[in-house]
Design a protein around this ligand. Structure first.
Ligand SMILES: CC(C)(COP(=O)(O)OP(=O)(O)OC[C@H]1O[C@@H](n2cnc3c(N)ncnc32)[C@H](O)[C@@H]1OP(=O)(O)O)[C@@H](O)C(=O)NCCC(=O)NCCS
Length: 167
């Protein structure tokens, strides 16, 4: 496999990004969304966070196709949280374990490290997700707390682990 090419997403990438996310919405408890995010909602999110905001949406291309994406987004809406950022990373289900997620995180963390207006990065990991836990520890995140049975999807309660990294 060629090394992933990581670049800033454009509007033209949103359908490919949406297709990856939709898989995890419909088939897994990795995301707590239960309904597919519409093309309009993806566009609005992109316009608000990336075009008009301080956040990022990066895609990784492998052999000319989008193989994964990472986004930064506000951690919480209240103003005192503005120096904290939440990251979400999704690799196409047939392309995990090949360095795509790492290429995305490395690039995004470089952007964030260069931006003095951010102080902490968070990843919110629905459990169980051993791959994501190992991935975040590999990228310098530390577990800072777990909410028990805070989520409910597909007929069961789910824990959520908060991972933190200084920027
Ligand atoms: C979690 C995810 C983003 C990791 O991306 P990836 O491209 O699969 O991971 P990489 O190949 O870059 O691996 C990087 C590191 O993550 C860890 N890791 C990834 N997959 C792993 C697995 N199956 N078992 C153990 N460790 C794993 C390892 O530490 C690995 O480093 P190493 O190869 O040097 O040992 C990806 O698997 C994914 O999208 N999973 C489904 C969606 C998801 O869980 N997103 C995160 C939501 S919080």
């Amino acid at each position: 496999m060629d090394a992933p090419l990581v670049r800033a997403a454009t509007t033209a990438d949103l359908p490919a990004v949406a297709a990856i996310y939709t898989h995890y919405v419909l088939r897994t408890t990795i995301t707590f969304n239960t309904e597919v995010r519409t093309p309009r909602a993806w566009q609005d999110r992109f316009d608000e966070h990336v075009v008009g905001g301080r956040y990022h949406l990066l895609v990784a291309e492998v052999e000319g196709a989008v193989a994964g994406y990472v986004e930064s987004q506000p951690f919480r809406p209240k103003p005192a949280y503005a120096r904290s950022v939440e990251l979400s990373v999704y690799v196409a289900p047939d392309g995990t374990g090949r360095g795509v997620g790492s290429a995305l995180y490395t690039a995004l963390l470089e952007h964030l490290a260069a931006d003095a207006s951010f102080h902490r990065a968070y990843a919110v990991v629905a459990l169980p997700n051993d791959d994501s836990v190992a991935f975040h520890e590999r990228h310098g995140f530390e577990l800072c707390g777990t909410l028990t049975e805070v989520g409910y999807k597909f007929g069961r309660y789910l824990d959520v682990a908060y991972f933190e990294r200084a920027l």
